[in-house]
Design a protein around this ligand. Structure first.
Ligand code: AMP
Ligand code: MG
Length: 321
């Protein structure tokens, strides 16, 4: 789509990052690479800027955003980090772990970032471009995935423009995202139970073993949606390519675009060697290709439900819903 874009794609060098910082300061929207997917960033302390995110994405206003910070020290100005949440932020940040914690009454952020909830979702990302940007500005960045609501998440600048061209001010080009699926979201309730609101690159039982006493594992429950808006990733239909999707396919029907894995070779293959991390990194690129393909239907090979495979299958089920 080069040459015909309304929104500029700007290389994420020192100049590009400075330009992005100026746009954000004046309340604009910039798509920024993170280690998970491209985020659509706006200053989290401005109700007008945050409102622009919801408008550009067509995102329902009950669906809260993740606030991105440099580190735990900055995060503590906005949220209360106690107990295990504090330990995890200290040990896992920067990284693809989002923690939902009580929002401070004096947070001074737009109410819409947490959709009016008493809690706030925060993460310190590890991607060098997002980190440089967070250093260049003196406010945290609200940043949901940089795509129209319900559509496929972006892992390249071109994916961003596939649904947001002309609706945002700029895309910072930092190449393809390495992890390829959205952050793991964890809420620890007042009883200490861990609620996995969204599976992602970080596998929670492993965190529990690494940082806490493995003889007394905490109870980790998958979110059911009963707690309401907690996870939009929990909306049954999400990440939708706009065509029917058939899962656990061994081969393609004549009118299907096949997304392969391992021994099942597709029109696009997640990982020919069966590497689950490679599959996560390629998931959205294959879904974007499938959405653009001439075939009216999509079939996807079985992906093992291990490690980040749980996150891949979660996204695929929603793409198929
Ligand atoms: P996205 O920005 O598209 O990656 O989605 C952000 C995710 O964070 C959604 O699944 C939200 O439901 C979740 N989230 C954000 N804030 C909160 C919160 N205060 N409580 C629970 N979940 C949240
Ligand atoms: Mg999203």
């Amino acid at each position: 789509m080069s040459g015909k874009n309304v929104t500029d794609i700007v290389l994420a060098d020192v100049e590009g990052i400075a330009k992005a910082a100026r746009i954000l300061e004046s309340g604009g929207l910039v798509a920024v690479p993170t280690e998970t997917v491209y985020g659509l960033a706006a200053r989290a302390d401005s109700p007008e800027a945050v409102a622009r995110i919801y408008a550009a994405k067509g995102r329902p206003d009950f669906n809260p955003l993740i606030v991105h910070v440099r580190d735990l020290e900055q995060a503590e100005r906005y949220g209360v980090f106690a107990g295990a949440a504090r330990v995890l932020a200290g040990k896992e940040w920067p990284g693809p772990l989002t923690l939902v914690v009580p929002r401070r009454a004096d947070a001074g952020l737009a109410g819409a970032v947490s959709a009016g909830l008493p809690t706030i979702a925060m993460r310190a990302p590890q991607h060098p471009v997002m980190r440089a940007l967070l250093q260049a500005v003196d406010f945290p960045l609200a940043a949901p995935s940089a795509n129209r609501s319900g559509f496929i998440s972006p892992t390249t600048p071109e994916h961003v423009l596939a649904s947001l061209d002309g609706r945002i001010d700029m895309v910072l080009d930092g190449g393809p995202c390495e992890d390829g699926v959205e952050s793991t979201i964890l809420l620890i309730d007042p009883e200490g139970v861990w609620h996995e609101l969204r599976p992602g690159p970080i596998y929670l039982p492993a965190l529990n073993d690494i940082h806490f006493d493995p003889h007394y594992p905490v109870k980790i429950v998958r979110a059911t949606g009963e707690r309401g808006i907690e996870a939009p990733g929990q909306l049954a239909s999400h990440y939708a390519p706009g065509k029917p999707v058939r899962l656990n396919a061994g081969a393609a029907e004549p009118d299907e675009f096949l997304i392969g894995f391992g021994a099942v070779h597709g029109d696009c293959t997640l990982s020919a060697s069966g590497d689950i991390n490679e599959a996560a990194a390629r998931l959205y690129a294959c879904l974007h290709e499938a959405a653009r393909a001439r075939q009216p239907r999509i079939a996807v090979a079985t992906v093992p439900d291990e490690g980040v495979g749980r996150a891949i299958n979660d996204r695929l089920r929603r793409a198929a819903a």
